[in-house]
Design a protein around this ligand. Structure first.
Ligand SMILES: Cc1cc2nc3c(=O)[nH]c(=O)nc-3n(C[C@H](O)[C@H](O)[C@H](O)COP(=O)(O)O)c2cc1C
Length: 147
């Protein structure tokens, strides 16, 4: 996750990846944020949408050059014959953009999960965990769930 605001939770990825294909079929998704050391987790679910191209451009421009090159290099989620083949692709992309800025690839950008449900889970003794869920209908309604 690279951003959170009142609008939702933003992550960046390859728009041709397996997850992007899955989201094109079904825009409902969830995110899980576990903190094992704290015995705590937050789970979020809702609808996922692509963010504005200008937002993706701004974030891409702020990334390290190596990450920008890698975004052009990798056909995320597709098989490749070897590590050597991947490195050769990376090298070719380095040469392609030698001496120039790396533009955002059209197949790379952000998604925003707009939450409809957010659950806070805190582990407790004797498995009496605390669970609070916020569910959005006309406003946010909070309730406590049994563990
Ligand atoms: C710490 C960590 C951070 C990651 N960050 C991203 C990310 O920002 N974007 C991304 O596409 N994948 C990220 N990944 C990899 C994804 O978990 C996933 O393997 C990848 O997106 C391909 O998934 P897919 O083939 O289901 O589309 C990250 C993995 C780890 C372990």
């Amino acid at each position: 996750m690279k951003g959170v605001s009142e609008d939702g939770f933003v992550f960046f990825t390859n728009y041709n990846s397996d997850k992007a294909a899955a989201l094109a079929q079904n825009d409902r998704s969830s995110m899980l944020f576990p903190w094992n050391e704290l015995d705590r987790q937050v789970s979020v679910s809702g609808k996922v949408e692509k963010i504005a191209e200008s937002e993706s451009d701004a974030y891409f421009a702020a990334r390290p050059r190596a990450s920008q090159i890698a975004a052009w290099t990798s056909q995320q989620s597709q098989p490749i014959a070897s590590r050597g083949a991947l490195e050769a692709q990376y090298q070719a992309t380095l040469e392609r953009f030698d001496g120039s800025d790396v533009p955002r690839p059209p197949h790379w950008g952000g998604f925003r999960l707009v939450p409809e449900r957010i659950e806070f889970w805190q582990g407790g003794e004797d498995r009496l965990h605390d669970r609070f869920v916020y569910q959005y209908t006309n406003g946010w309604i909070r309730s406590r769930l049994q563990p």
